[in-house]
Design a protein around this ligand. Structure first.
Ligand SMILES: Cc1cc2nc3c(=O)[nH]c(=O)nc-3n(C[C@H](O)[C@H](O)[C@H](O)COP(=O)(O)OP(=O)(O)OC[C@H]3O[C@@H](n4cnc5c(N)ncnc54)[C@H](O)[C@@H]3O)c2cc1C
Length: 397
C-alpha cells in the first residue's frame, strides 16, 4: 500500500517500542500506507501477566483502528462498579452505562490478549525484536538513527513509544529527569479464576492500602493491590502470596475467597508506582507518545487510554495533511492540557485513596458515601467528552 494522497509527508516512520502505544501507532501508520519499522527491546514477546481496563475513550481508538472486534471477543464488557470500604461494604456506585450509551463500551481484558489483538492487526509491519536505538541525529527533515544491532536508518518521523524509562526521551531531551517521580505506594497485580462469579468492578479502599477486582474475559478476575511504603518495599520478596495474605488479612468482601484461591504458581507482578512530572512532546522529527511522554499513576485507569488518544490524534493529524512541523505542533496543542489534567487528577485520587490515618480514611469514606452516583457520572462523562474522536469519530486512514 502506498501513502494516501493529501496526507502529511512522512513516508518512512520508525516506532520505538512495541507496547500498546507503539503497536497501535504502527497499525495506524501501516493503514495510512506508510513504511513502518518497529524496534522492540525485548527479545521475544513475553506473556504480559496482568489485566487492564479499557475505558470507552480507549475503545474508541481501537474501533477506529479496526481492533475493537478482537477486544470484544477476548475481553469482558464492563458496565458497573463501585468503591467499597475494606470490609466490603459499598461506598459509592460507578455506573458506566451512561458512558457506554454516549461513547461506546469499556472492557476488562488480559493484557496478553490485548497485545495479541494489536499484533494481529500489525501484520505487514517490519518488527525488529531485541533491538533499541543508540543515537538519533536530526538533520533538516530527516532523523538518522543507529541501533544496538549496529545497523542504521534514515526516517521522516521517529515515534518514541518506549514507555516510562524511554530511551528516545533520554536521547532527545538529555535535560529530562532520569527517574520518574515515585508516588509513595507500591502495587501487586495478578489474574485468577473468577471463583466468586463477580461481574462488576470494585476498588476497596483501606488505610494505606487498596484491593481492586475487575472481571475480564474467559471467566477470569484481574486484581490489583496497593500499599503505601518505600519504593523498594516488596521488591525482593520471595513469597509475594504470603505477603499479600498478610497485608490484606483484615479485608472482607470477596478478598478472602480470592486470596484463598491463589496458589504458589499464580504469577504476581510487583511495581513501584510513578509518574512523569513534565511531559516532553516533540523536537524536530522526533515525537513521544504514551508513557514515554506522560506516564501517569494508574488511579484513574487512564494511562493506556491516554496513550491511545495520542495515537488517535497524531494519526488523524497526519492523515489530514500539512507539514510535519504543523502536525506535531497541533498534536502537542491538542494533547498537553488534557494529559496534564489526567496526570494531576490521578495523582490526587491516589493520594486520597492511600490515606492511612484512621481519621483521614474515615473522612474519605464519608465523602465517597455522600457523593451521588449522578455526580461521579457527570464528572466522568465530561472528562471523556474532552476527547474529540469520542464525540465525532473521524477516519484515521
Ligand atoms: C499497576 C498499573 C495498572 C494500570 N492499569 C491501567 C488500566 O486499567 N487502564 C489504562 O488505561 N491504563 C492502565 N495503566 C497504564 C498503562 O499500563 C500504560 O499507560 C500503558 O501500558 C502505556 O503503554 P505504552 O505503550 O506507552 O508503554 P509500555 O506499555 O511501557 O510499552 C513500552 C514498550 O516499549 C518497549 N521498550 C522499552 N524501552 C525500549 C527501548 N529502549 N527500545 C525499544 N523498546 C523499548 C517495552 O519493552 C514495551 O514493549 C496501568 C499501569 C500500571 C502500572
Amino acid at each position: 500500500m502506498s501513502k494516501q494522497q493529501g496526507q502529511s509527508e512522512a513516508d518512512r516512520v520508525l516506532v520505538v517500542g512495541g507496547g500498546i502505544a507503539g503497536l497501535a501507532m504502527a497499525i495506524c501508520m501501516l493503514r495510512q500506507g506508510r513504511s513502518v519499522e518497529v524496534v522492540e527491546r525485548a527479545e521475544t514477546w513475553r506473556p504480559l501477566g496482568a489485566g487492564i481496563v479499557l475505558q470507552c475513550n480507549a475503545t474508541a481508538v481501537l474501533r477506529l483502528l479496526g481492533v475493537e472486534g478482537a477486544i470484544k471477543k477476548r475481553g469482558r464488557l464492563l458496565e458497573d462498579g463501585d468503591f467499597a470500604e475494606q470490609s466490603g461494604r459499598s461506598l459509592s456506585q460507578l455506573t458506566l452505562r451512561v458512558m457506554t450509551e454516549k461513547f461506546g463500551p469499556s472492557y476488562g481484558i488480559h493484557r496478553a490478549l490485548l497485545h495479541e489483538s494489536l499484533l494481529e492487526a500489525c501484520e505487514g509491519a517490519d518488527i525488529h525484536m531485541g533491538e533499541t536505538v543508540t543515537s538519533i541525529e536530526q538533520q533538516g527533515e530527516r532523523a538518522q538513527v543507529t541501533f544496538s544491532s549496529g545497523r542504521s536508518g534514515e526516517y521522516d518521523l521517529v515515534i518514541g513509544a518506549d514507555g516510562l524509562h524511554s530511551k528516545v526521551r533520554e536521547l532527545i531531551w538529555p535535560e529530562a529527569p532520569k527517574e520518574p517521580t515515585y508516588a509513595g505506594y507500591v502495587c501487586w497485580r495478578f489474574i485468577c479464576e473468577n471463583v466468586i462469579q463477580r461481574n462488576h468492578m470494585t476498588e476497596m479502599v483501606g488505610r494505606g492500602r487498596r484491593f481492586g477486582l475487575v472481571p475480564i474475559g474467559d471467566n477470569k478476575l484481574y486484581c490489583f493491590t496497593t500499599l503505601s511504603a518505600p519504593a523498594d518495599y516488596g521488591a525482593d520478596n520471595k513469597d509475594p502470596l504470603g505477603l499479600l495474605r498478610e497485608l490484606f488479612k483484615d479485608f472482607g468482601g470477596d478478598v478472602p475467597a480470592v486470596l484463598a484461591s491463589l496458589t504458589e504458581e499464580t504469577p504476581i507482578l510487583w511495581h513501584p508506582l510513578a509518574d512523569i512530572d513534565q511531559p516532553y512532546w516533540y523536537r524536530g522529527r522526533v515525537v513521544l507518545i504514551g508513557d514515554a511522554c506522560h506516564a501517569m499513576t494508574p488511579n484513574m485507569g487512564q494511562g493506556a487510554a491516554q496513550a491511545l488518544e495520542d495515537v488517535g490524534i497524531l494519526g488523524s493529524l497526519l492523515h489530514q495533511g500539512g507539514s510535519i512541523e504543523e502536525v506535531l505542533q497541533k498534536y502537542r496543542k491538542v494533547r498537553e492540557t488534557r494529559v496534564k489534567t489526567f496526570m494531576k487528577k490521578s495523582r490526587q485520587f491516589g493520594k486520597i485513596n492511600q490515606w492511612s490515618s484512621p481519621f483521614a480514611a474515615s473522612f474519605r469514606n464519608l465523602l465517597l458515601r455522600m457523593t451521588p452516583t449522578s455526580v461521579i457520572e457527570k464528572q466522568s462523562t465530561e472528562l471523556i467528552a474532552g476527547f474529540s474522536l469520542v464525540q465525532s469519530p473521524s477516519p484515521l486512514f
